[in-house]
Write a protein that binds this ligand. Sequence first.
Ligand code: ZN
Length: 314
Amino acid sequence: MHVHASIGSAAYGVPIGRVAAGGASRRRAAPVVPRVVTHRRRSLAVAPPAYGESRPDGTWIEAPTNAFGNLINLAKGQREIVQAGTPILREIAEEVPVEDIDSAKTQELIAEMLAICRGRGVGLAAPQIGVPYRIFVLEDTVEGMSDVSPEDLRSQDRVPFPAKVVVNPVVTPATNLTAAFFEGCLSVQGYRGLVRRWLQVRVQGYGGDGKPVDFVAKGWQARIVQHEMDHLNGVLYVDRMDTRTFRRVDKLAEPMPPDHPEFGAAPREGPCAPGEGVKIGNGTARTAAVSGVDDVEGFIGKKAGKAGKRRKSR
Ligand code: ZN
């Protein structure tokens, strides 16, 4: 993260020597000019990073100059979101060397991920656009949750938060309580499944500028974090869901199977049973329409309603 300062002073040391050596044959005029140039260049070398800054809670404040980078990315066109079946979604993503986080390559990737996330959902992991790095972004806005009822927002503990970027994340449970809600994934388009997740997790890693981040995510944000973290480990929500709840988006309002697990905010103690699906042991079987479903990555709501009215083409 302090790469700029050290590279700057080393690089800018070189011209002084050259000018002084060249000026040796002309004894009077040479010494004055390079000092002024050196001073100016040094002040440039300690300028703040061009791309943005992270806060300890992972919040990513994009620098205004990054607008230009975003325009370039727009002109280049965004990468496609890869779909389940693509091998990269099953691979363990690579750590990003900390000194590379501030590089143009990584910064352009982060900007692109945020642009895609903003347009389509509330979270995205780098492998979903074909890049095998341990980076995820998340953001939830008032606009994005505008079609979710106040009751559902309450039960999901869903509140808006600004864009967060986490590089090389480490996620650990910060409670022993879990809750089950429907999830979807931009890489498993058109489907949803019920997934039990921790209600609070601690997130440690690096922000978008390479500074350490360490924060506790709760409620819906905690769910998004766990979903994105899974992507970095080659895990999809379908590996964790209650398989009997799996359904197309246009079937979300249909009744659940009679033995479906308890759904909703009611927290319970104990592990999420990662990778084994979710089983409820108390046998509270009932048939009920699914209300209050929402998504982790892609938006549903109105769009899902429209899809439900469309006739299936195949
Ligand atoms: Zn996903």
